[in-house]
Design a protein around this ligand. Sequence first.
Ligand SMILES: NC(=O)c1ccc[n+]([C@@H]2O[C@H](COP(=O)([O-])OP(=O)(O)OC[C@H]3O[C@@H](n4cnc5c(N)ncnc54)[C@H](O)[C@@H]3O)[C@@H](O)[C@H]2O)c1
Length: 480
Amino acid sequence: MNNSPDSSRREFLKRTGTMAGAGSLAGLIAGCATEAKKPVAMAAAATAATALEPARAAHVAHTDTINVVLVGAGGRGTGAAANALNVKTGPIKLIGMADVFENRLKSSYEGLKGEFKDKVDVPEERRFVDFDGYKKAIDLLTPGKDIAIFATPPAFRWVHYKYAIEKGINVFMEKPVTVDGPTSRRMFELNVKAKEKGIKVGVGLMCRHCRVRGELFDRVRNGEAGDIIAMRCYRMHGPVASGFSQKRPEGRSELLWQIERFHSFLWASGGAFNDYYIHNIDESCWIKNDWPVTAQASGGRHYRGDNVDQNFDNYSVEYTFPDGSKLFHYGRIMPGCHDQFASYAHGSKGLAVISENGHAPSKARIYKGQEMKAENLVWRGPRNEPDPYQMEWEDLTDAIRNDKPYNEVERGVRASLVSSMGRMAAHTGQVITYDQMLNSDHEFAPGIENFKMDSAAPVLADASGRYPVPAPGLNKKREY
Ligand SMILES: NC(=O)c1ccc[n+]([C@@H]2O[C@H](COP(=O)([O-])OP(=O)(O)OC[C@H]3O[C@@H](n4cnc5c(N)ncnc54)[C@H](O)[C@@H]3O)[C@@H](O)[C@H]2O)c1
């Protein structure tokens, strides 16, 4: 076995990337590569300024160390922590971690420690393995200065955010931020308090921090593609992450098994729909500069075999904006079919490519007319695009250090609600409006704030081990 530092670093990146998906891996690799090139003196200066600091006023000097804790130390959480530790805005340090699985926390800690050395200062007593570990981790932080990273499945987002707001702690939370109507309303309400307190909050819809998509947004606003009439986006590939699940193994805790396989359960993640599709839906709405008001959709389960999860294999959604223009979203999780991962906006004058092959690089460009022919190219972004996973961290920490208003929660909730609206339209077979989704009374995981290791799971299997699946046309008011 090769135990060289290089081989363990490669292993760490591979493991983290496998868990986090290609996008996070790209972010993590970019971040780690930057870290490796950092001059020793600079790394040492960052390390010297890393003691836990006393509370201070809102202004965080550029020499102050921002302390970070990680809640949800899985693939993306580890990637987000790596992005945090790579920021260029000033010294930063990871000082606490929480997870519900000891092995997840351990491998995340070891990977980050191996990569970032003294920037990771998380002794045993600051590693918390329990559902209330987030409180103990947040309690380590200084209000107005430090940041809690929330990268658990999204069902827990509002619970963790509520406590961070009470404590005045800045937050970076991964997408999606909600999966149903009641918790979306709760997040909107909570966020009013966060804004009153001036808490800075980033939401992991990192494509919004992509500089090239940002230029595309400006160009579309300037009319270079004309009026946007129709948009289409695609996320079609084979099974990834935990979207397909076989029966729960004998003896495994039902709750912990569902949390581990959260893409399979609507309460935990909004299913594959919310988790996978939100980025393409959100970046399309960004370029349109509006949110859709209705959705109709279809979808179904085709080749599920022995899988017992709640997802459909494919989803086709027609979203309608207030001006009558459309966004068509195509999602498919099926091997052996055409794969596509892209978003396009068709305007009265031309076609805007929002993203073409995953999240980064975006390969954004504008063509005149509706055909992507070289001779029609009007503009293309630079080929060397900064990593949006890193940019979202530069932007958040810059806002903290320079005390700029910074709160992405409202638009994060809207993107989550619009995703849920498309999912609910497919799952019920009905036209669903934004207001219906927002005002829906179906809370998928009531009581989640009191979960303990031995709590009952929010959804139970039938005698054959299968979980309730949506039945469009039969169940018209609730998804399951
Ligand atoms: N922005 C992106 O491109 C991107 C990419 C991947 C994942 N994500 C998001 O990040 C989140 C996590 O996804 P992941 O792929 O890292 O999953 P993961 O399973 O690898 O990590 C989730 C971690 O959270 C832990 N956890 C679950 N419930 C917890 C709780 N109540 N308290 C503490 N820890 C808890 C799990 O044990 C696990 O270690 C999801 O919301 C996902 O959508 C975003």
